[in-house]
Ligand binder design. Structure first.
Ligand code: ZN
Length: 176
């Protein structure tokens, strides 16, 4: 396994649409393993392949149990070709991104999402998540379409700087 370099905002690869993956093979599994290691090292709660410069539809979501005291279950899963098939409700929360280090902002997201995709074993996966799990899924799937969280911030005055030594990906707690 290897740590991968995270692509930063301004790099055109973050603004392109990632390609659909036809079949999961060993090279994709190696990429997924390296992405997982990179995400854990950052640390982050999610990572999308374009963030390591690979324009393919692969994401990792890694939200620990009871993240930010929400009381939700752990959601740790790699997804190939993830697609939101159902979205319910709306909720606003702060997010950050490993590709935009040092910044956070308030992003409206669906409260509950159902996502379909393929696992690293080529078998179909269907995930239903709420709260932070749902938020991170939406954030990472956006990356596959070249969308960054700052594009989704409705009230631009909520975009604020956070200390550089707190790299984040996905939801963060509101800064005072
Ligand atoms: Zn991100």
């Amino acid at each position: 396994m290897a740590l991968l370099e995270i692509v930063l905002e301004g790099d055109p690869r973050l603004r392109q649409k990632a390609l659909r993956i036809r079949e999961v093979d060993d090279s994709l599994r190696k990429l997924a393993a390296d992405m997982y290691e990179t995400m854990m090292e950052a640390p982050g709660v999610g990572l999308a392949a374009p963030q390591v410069g690979v324009l393919r539809r692969l994401i990792w979501v890694h939200v620990p149990e009871n993240f930010h005291d929400e009381g939700g279950p752990e959601l740790s899963i790699p997804l190939v070709n993830p697609k939101i098939v159902k979205a319910q409700g709306s909720v606003i929360g702060y997010e950050g991104c490993l590709s935009i280090p040092g910044w956070t902002g308030e992003v409206p997201r669906a409260e509950v999402v159902t996502v379909k995709g393929i696992g690293l074993d080529n078998k179909p996966i269907r995930v239903k998540a709420r709260g932070w799990g749902a938020r991170v899924l939406q954030h990472e799937i956006d990356h596959l379409d070249g969308i960054l969280f700052i594009d989704r911030v409705e009230d631009k005055s909520t975009i604020v700087q956070v200390p550089d030594d707190e790299p984040i990906e996905g939801p963060v707690e509101a800064a005072d």
